[in-house]
Write a protein that binds this ligand. Structure first.
Ligand SMILES: NC(=O)c1ccc[n+]([C@@H]2O[C@H](COP(=O)([O-])OP(=O)(O)OC[C@H]3O[C@@H](n4cnc5c(N)ncnc54)[C@H](O)[C@@H]3O)[C@@H](O)[C@H]2O)c1
Length: 309
């Protein structure tokens, strides 16, 4: 992508800051972020002259005036936590559904060509049909998943009704630099690395034989840019198409960190799904083909958590 004007909602968050990084060299980026979980620190290494930052809640901002001369919108802003959505479903609805609808309406009414929305593998719930294909039934098990499924429906509805190009990317378990290990909702990889670096033992809930499809942040950025540049619209899984059990994950992290820390096992958490694995063949239609590099990607992630760049 080159010489485009793009908006990244949630651009100060984990994934949004990486999308901004992936675009900033050759494009102009406007970030919209209310800093609820996002931080300026996440973009401190980037050339600020090329980034416009609009601080505020996207449900309250005048999005039409922000979008008026923009080409593309990468919509990452959301309440991104399942447990938080269970505690406060109305707030989750406002941010994730009303927020997405406002983004789509403003894009429809301006020159925006395409909106790429961050969806989630959470929409599949505890579906047993592995690997998960995009046409598998949606079974939301949390308000968060309901809002992501609704956002996807609005996207395809805006494409059908108004001709606005949209794509919804169902991210699986994303990992990489700048993911927050301190949040009470932190994902397994940053949490395990952080604990091992502090000399603590990683905590596994259940027997560790549950599996996930881990996808490196740089591949997620690649998927966003490629789908945006393509003519493709619709829903796409963004995973690696490989399953890793949590026990395997701990042993690979130990190998990469050259440690031998034994995990602690605690009771399985209510509502945790057993397995999650993406069928990523549909995303190949826009040439999304992540390399098989899990150890190297984990090494880069560890290096960053250990204080490197
Ligand atoms: N991290 C993952 O593994 C994962 C998996 C599936 C889907 N997702 C989705 O990807 C997107 C990005 O997730 P993330 O992991 O980077 O989370 P994050 O919390 O780091 O980023 C979300 C960003 O949105 C901002 N934000 C929240 N509400 C806002 C509002 N009302 N107005 C403006 N900004 C607001 C936050 O401040 C933050 O910068 C989310 O939509 C999330 O649901 C993430």
């Amino acid at each position: 992508m080159k010489d485009k004007k793009v908006v990244v909602t949630g651009g100060l968050g984990f994934i949004g800051s990486h999308i901004t990084e992936g675009l900033i060299e050759d494009n102009e980026v406007t970030i919209i972020d209310d800093m609820s979980t996002g931080k300026l620190e996440n973009i401190k290494h980037l050339n600020k002259e090329k980034i416009e930052i609009i601080k505020g809640d996207m449900t309250e901002l005048d999005l039409k005036s922000i979008f008026k001369d923009k080409d593309y919108v990468f919509h990452e802003a959301a309440m991104a936590s399942v447990p938080q959505s269970v505690q406060d479903p109305e707030k989750c609805n406002r941010i994730n559904i009303t927020g997405t609808l406002k983004v789509l309406v403003a894009a429809r009414d301006t020159d925006v060509e395409k909106v790429v929305m961050a969806s989630s593998s959470a929409v599949y719930g505890d579906s047993q049909n592995m690997p998960l294909r995009e046409d598998a039934p949606v079974k939301p098990m949390s308000p968060y998943a309901v809002t992501k499924a609704t956002g996807e429906l609005y996207c395809s509805n805006f494409t059908d009704l108004y001709g606005l190009q949209t794509a919804a990317l169902r991210y699986f378990n994303v990992f990489g630099q700048r993911q927050d290990p301190n949040s009470q909702y932190a994902a397994a990889i940053p949490n395990f690395i952080d604990r091992i670096l502090k000399g603590e033992r990683p905590v596994i809930y259940g027997d560790g034989e549950q599996s996930r499809d881990f996808i490196y942040i740089k591949n997620v950025v690649d998927a966003n840019i490629k789908v945006c540049e393509s003519t493709k619209t619709g829903i796409f899984n963004i995973g690696h198409g490989k399953k890793t059990t949590i026990n395997e994950l701990v042993s690979i992290i130990n190998e990469v960190m050259e440690t031998e820390v034994e995990p602690v096992y605690e009771d399985a958490r209510v509502g945790d799904i057993k397995h999650s694995l993406a069928d990523v063949s549909k995303a190949k239609s826009f040439e999304f083909e992540p390399e098989d590099n899990f150890r190297e990607e984990l090494k880069e992630t560890v290096r960053w958590f250990a204080g490197g760049s």
